[in-house]
Write a protein that binds this ligand. Structure first.
Ligand code: PGA
Length: 254
């Protein structure tokens, strides 16, 4: 399909896949998607599988992402992983501020912002997630919540950095529920996010930022969602755990 910005489709494997399972999946993806040039393809395995997956995709069009990182560079932060450590495995992207981390790990916009700056300092491309809950949407607060999350998570970035940041609009009510946003709902939220970026940075740079949609993306709904003018890709959870699901989402979106 004709798009203003190149589509980027990322698979967020979450806390799934042993190393052996991850290798199976990535080998299948290489077979199915090895020839795709039209779309940027990213896989985000758990930390424990990054090393092996990295070796598998070294000579391919598939890029590697992580699901989180510390805002600190090194030191006494038990259980944390730094940007520099991710780079050892040729990680290029990192998902930050996913709603599951905001919810279960209490990550705030301020923390997500520190991580976003740390990612850029290490030349990793952050995928910064924002999204409203059902209660917020039904209470007429969608724009307020999205605006606050976006501004808070990106405070202090330069224009160059924002152009190299990917935003993922992930309505919390659509994640893992099978209830995706309609293409119109996605477009409306994405247009609002782009307008907010234009206000926060400038219009020219806002036009360059890729905004992914995430939340129950499947082979059957991917194309109509990504056809929308302000939707520039997808962040896929459940359907990215199988070769067929993820490769059909990519192929259906070409
Ligand atoms: P889902 O998850 O595709 O399973 O809804 C998306 C995400 O959380 O990134």
């Amino acid at each position: 399909m004709q798009k203003e910005r190149k589509l980027i489709i990322a698979g967020n494997w979450k806390m799934n896949k042993t190393v052996a399972e991850a290798l199976d999946l990535v080998q299948g993806l290489k077979r199915e998607l090895g020839a795709v040039k039209e779309i940027d393809i990213v896989v985000c395995p758990p930390f424990t599988a990054l090393g092996e997956v990295s070796k598998q995709i070294l000579d391919s069009n598939i890029r590697l992402g992580a699901q989180n990182m510390s805002e600190q560079n090194e030191g006494a932060y038990t259980g944390e992983v730094s940007a520099g450590m991710l780079k050892e495995f040729s990680v290029r992207f990192v998902i930050l501020g996913h709603s599951e981390r905001r919810q279960y790990q209490n990550e705030s916009d301020a923390l997500v912002c520190k991580k976003t700056l740390a990612a850029h300092a290490a030349s990793l491309k952050p995928i910064v997630c924002v999204g409203e809950t059902l209660q917020e949407r039904e209470g007429g607060k969608m724009e307020e919540v999205l605006g606050q999350q976006l501004r808070g998570s990106l405070a202090g970035l330069t224009k160059e950095q924002i152009a190299d940041t990917i935003i993922a609009y992930e309505p919390v009510w659509a994640i893992g529920t099978g209830r995706n946003a309609t293409p119109q709902q996605a477009q409306q939220a994405h247009a609002f996010l782009r307008k907010t970026l234009a206000e926060q940075f400038d219009g020219a740079v806002a036009k360059r930022v890729r905004i992914q949609y995430g939340g129950s993306v499947k082979p059957g709904n991917a194309r109509e969602i990504m056809c929308q003018p302000d939707v520039d890709g997808a962040l896929v959870g459940g359907a990215s755990l199988e070769v067929r699901g993820f490769s059909d989402i990519v192929k259906n979106s070409i």
